[in-house]
Ligand binder design. Sequence first.
Ligand code: PDD
Length: 276
Amino acid sequence: SYVLLNDQITERKNVKIDMEDRGYNFGDGIYEVIPIYNSKLFTLDEHLDRFEDSARKLEIKLPYDKNELEKLLHQLKNANKIDNGIIYVQMTRGVSPRSHLYERDSNGIITGFSREMKFPEKPKQKGIHVFVTEDIRWLRCDIKTINLLGNTMIKRNAFDKQCQEGVMHRNGNITEGSSSNIFIVKNRTLYTHPASNLILNGITRQLVIQLARKNNIQVIEEAISLQQLKGADEAFITSTTQEITPIRKTIGDVDATFQIGEITKTLQQSFNKYVE
Ligand code: PDD
C-alpha cells in the first residue's frame, strides 16, 4: 500500500521513523482523520483548517502549505483507490536530541495512510451503550494531538464495561466522548458542550449543528450536567468514523436509558443526504 511521507507518495516499506522523533519520545504531534465517501474527501477543508490550527497552537511548522497537503492527500487516496474509508494524517515536530525544550524552527514530519472502511451500520441503527466517567485529560483538549493516553485509557475502560464508548465529565459537566462529541435532546432542543479548551471541536459536531439549524431544531451550546444527561429525551455521539450514533444506555456515573428518537433520526437522515 501507498503512504504519505512528507511530500512523497511512497510504498509503506520505504518509511523509516527515527527513534528520536519527538512524536515517538513525547507524543509531540498532531493528526486528523478525514472521511472518504464515494471517492471524495469529505469536509477536507475543515479538517485541514483544524490541522493548521493545531499546528499553530503547538508551534509546529508545516513543511509546505495547505494546498500542497490537499494535493498530496488526493494523490494518496487515488494511489490506493479508496472509494469509502478514511485518511489518517499526522505531523510530529520531527527529530532532535531528546529534550523537553522544543525549538521553533524545525519543520514537522508528515506521515499519512488511507484505509478502505465501511462505516458500520449496526451501531448507527441500534445505538450503543456508553460508560460515563471522570475526564482525566489535560486542559487543551481543543488541540488534536497524537498524545491520547487519557482517551485510550477511558476507551479501554468503557469496553471492559461492555460499552462501546466512554463519555467524560469534568466538574459535573459532560465534556465529550473518548473519540467523539456528545449531544443530548431535551424538549426537541439540542444541547452540546461549547467549543472551548475542554473539548475537540469535531467537524461532525459542527456539521450536525448546521444540519439541526437547517431542520429548524434549536441548538444550545452550553455545558450539560450529569443530571441533564440523566433526564435527556435522546442522546447521541458524533465523529468522523461513528457519524451520528445514538446512545441507548449509559452506565457508570449516570444510569439512564434512551429511545432512538425523532430528532436523532432526522439528523441521521439529513447527514446521509449530505454525504451522498
Ligand atoms: N476522533 N473528540 C475527540 C476526543 C475525538 O478524538 C474526535 C475524533 C472527536 C470528533 O471529531 P470529528 O467529528 O472531527 O471526527 C471529538 C477521531 C475520529 C479519531 O481519533 O479516530
